[in-house]
Design a protein around this ligand. Sequence first.
Ligand code: SF4
Length: 403
Amino acid sequence: MTLELDQFPLEPDPPAVQTSLAEVIGSSSHGVDAAYVHVPFCFHKCHYCDFYSIVDSSDRQEVFVQRLEQELSTATTHIEGSLESVFIGGGTPTLLRPDLLRRVLQSIDRHLPLAEDCEWTVEANPETVSSEVAEVLVAGGVNRVSVGCQSFTPRLLEALERHHDPDNVALALERFRAVGLDRISLDLIMGIPGSRFEDWAFDLRTARSLGPQHLSCYGLQYEPNTPLGARLLRGHVEQVDDALEADMYEHTCSALSADGFAQYEISNWARPGQACRHNLIYWQGGNWLAFGPSASGHLDGTRWRNVSRLASWLEPRGSTPVEDFERLDNSTRRGEQLMLQLRLNRGMPVAELEALLALESTDTRRRALDQGRLDGLLERDQGHLRLTDRGRLLADSLLCQLV
Ligand code: SF4
């Protein structure tokens, strides 16, 4: 289904197939590394976004939190050991009423076994960060925030139908720092329609001037079920030229490196010791539980997605409704492991790679990797196979072949 612009936003149709989390992962416990909690509310739907969220939510926040508390209270039966990371994303978690946000944090702390040094991140929209919200976060145990900036150029934010005032990013950061929350990540989007090289250089310069410890710079994706995707199909929007986007990416790598950031993944840069542990768990094939509508989890090769509709997720029942799940076979798991680890700048240890390839029944992946080296996209370095600078620019097609 492609959305018409005037149909947006809406609640998706109920999913055709539903099962429950209990049926998907059973009742046994697993070594779990992380938890993801999805808060499905936004004050406005940005036109490029295909994450599940709804607007006009104030009447449903309380019932959402009640159900989430119930979901969290049953989680311990599945967990062995302690969690290295919790990530609350959305939607806009900082849109929750402060008393409800406090309840969510308390419930996570009460029901999930968090490691002593657990990384606890909350996504924040700069329009929603009051001093009270910042205080609630830090008092609840949050030690890292990820702020969605996307651009500091009003014309480009308009192109995305993203409603926030760029000046409020600095204000949000001030409020976080005032309460001692200084592990700050900023998100930027590269290749917004109408963006010129100098616009991107300005966005990057402005983000760096705010002193974050971490930066994520993703190329704009035109997702099919979004108004921006619909506009592209109709020819109403012009994509930024590939060569220009490559120039922007190369500029990002050199400017951030000169500024003391280390690139650790295709789209992520961090100051020393500030890489996002949560994302590393995803990229290293770790196990994580998922809470809230549309949240996705993974346990030992089984992936699932909670139902992506608030009304269905809220229905009273014991176990979380799941709309989709998949048990990965060994070959698919190996392909994903290769693809995810090669996204990381450090690459994959050659010994681990050889052990993995030895389990393959065909030489398809080995040939794709050899061809990648011949084409200058991959290299061996310090006992690892990794992408070259050129390989990072062309990573999508190469890594797809490995899956
Ligand atoms: S604020 Fe974030 S989650 Fe909400 S619509 Fe915009 S991009 Fe999507």
